[in-house]
Write a new protein. Sequence first.
Length: 240
Amino acid sequence: MKKIALVTGGTRGIGAGISKALRENGYLVAANYHKDHEAAEKYHNETGIPVFSWDVSDYESCQKGIEKVYEELGGTVDVLVNNARITRDSMLHKMDPAAWNIVISTNLTSVFNMCRLIVPTMRDKKFGRIINISSVNGVKGQVGQANYSAAKAGTLGFTKALAQESANKGITVNAIAPGYISTDMTEVIRDDIKEKIIAGIPMGKFGTVEEIANTVLFLANDKSSFVTGITLNVNGGQYF
Ligand code: NDP
């Protein structure tokens, strides 16, 4: 029987690549998103992957969304990829409390919400793969991103704790910390700034969505059963 994978923020950017790679590798995939219905519909039409809209920052919304996934896919989740995120960048001395709260709830509380609702079923079936997408900026911090860096660093602590709690239940919990990845977001970076960033990456390039998706496939694999509680830095050789 096919394993079921659920990817939050799975219809755009890196998440879209992760959903597609999982499907191409034999998983039944559900892709969550929030408000961009047009992009989600386009993605569904192109890939055939079922898409589900809910707000990962809200516990009840997650509960309802996950129930719909179970109904439509006919089983509970084996592989959970927590990938959804937003940014609200500004220097701390100008940061609105609302910008702090929404980034923490969308990027960190969401990881609690999704795991809290899915881990019990994984414990029952004594199998699970949880992959939390953090960021290079959660590892090293970033100017203008105190909220985002805090959420992404928080995800790493959460990953290590849940990995220990789940270790004797067949559930692995790992994080990936991508460096700069070519997406719509990096497309809009000014060329001179892009050059400066690339100069700091030993491999001399941005990563690709496929390079992150392949790392997810590795961690999701049944055979990666002794790997848990780690952060895989996928960043072209940057060292902090
Ligand atoms: P995008 O901004 O391109 O996409 C984010 C996705 O998250 C969208 O599908 C969006 O839904 C969804 N989302 C946002 N808020 C919510 C919410 N409240 N509920 C449900 N879904 C939501 O992200 P990227 O592809 O750039 O990044 C993917 C992951 O990789 C993130 O965790 C990010 O932090 C990490 N990362 C990315 C890097 C990069 O270079 N791009 C570098 C390092 C880490 P909708 O489509 O409806 O808006």
